[in-house]
Design a protein around this ligand. Sequence first.
Ligand code: AP5
Ligand code: MG
Ligand code: ZN
Length: 214
Amino acid sequence: MKIIMLGAPGAGKGTQAKKIADKYQIPHISTGDIFRANIKEGTELGKKAKEYMDQGLLVPDSLTLDMVMDRFQNPDCARGYVLDGFPRTIPQAEALTKALKEKGESIDFAINVEVPDENIVSRMSGRRACLSCGATYHIVHIPTKKEGICDRCGNDLVLRDDDKAETVQKRLNVYHEQTQPLIQYYSDEKKLVEVDGTREMEAVFQDIVKILGA
Ligand code: AP5
Ligand code: MG
Ligand code: ZN
């Protein structure tokens, strides 16, 4: 099963993608997480990506595409994957469609998690992320057992550099300009499905399971 998660920053793509990956036993591929891991390790790619990410801008397509195509070579992708944060521009979507077509494949669903901009800013300011294992929490909606400590791996949680209020607004603008057109793209491809992302996390997941099948 090959799934794409679409939605604004903070819509809950990562939250739902992790649950999908667990249930259907496919890898969760988050380009944001891969960039953040590279930043943490201080790689060349990380250094380049950080310049854009901290400003709320997209990392250039060329860097992103090389990284994702490389990730697809991993044998764990044989049974499919859930893509979170990729594609994010029309050229990225076209490159993905082309790469799959060359293998006689296509994605199964592009799931758009709909959340209005008004809800986004409060979600982001309350988000806490674990840079070690990729888990995300929310100080009100999804609290950890021990404040500031990851339930899954025990490392410290942080507020992401790009989750500051002024950067969130910029990311929303970039989303509307560059990523929202993908909704029409996948609608034209007959792959688009939509879920109401304003509902409680588990309710959103049940809507997704109804679409994907048990
Ligand atoms: P990325 O890491 O992908 O960030 P994003 O798209 O901005 O999305 P987020 O991770 O912020 O939100 P999310 O939808 O995953 O929400 P989450 O589940 O955490 O990208 C970061 C940057 O990397 C980009 O800005 C760009 O620079 C670069 N980049 C990445 N991919 C790229 C690409 N393909 N091309 C170019 N550049 C790229 O949920 C948010 C919060 O809400 C959490 O606290 C969560 O606990 C809470 N929450 C979730 N669901 C619910 C619910 N139902 N009710 C209440 N709270 C909820
Ligand atoms: Mg995310
Ligand atoms: Zn962790």
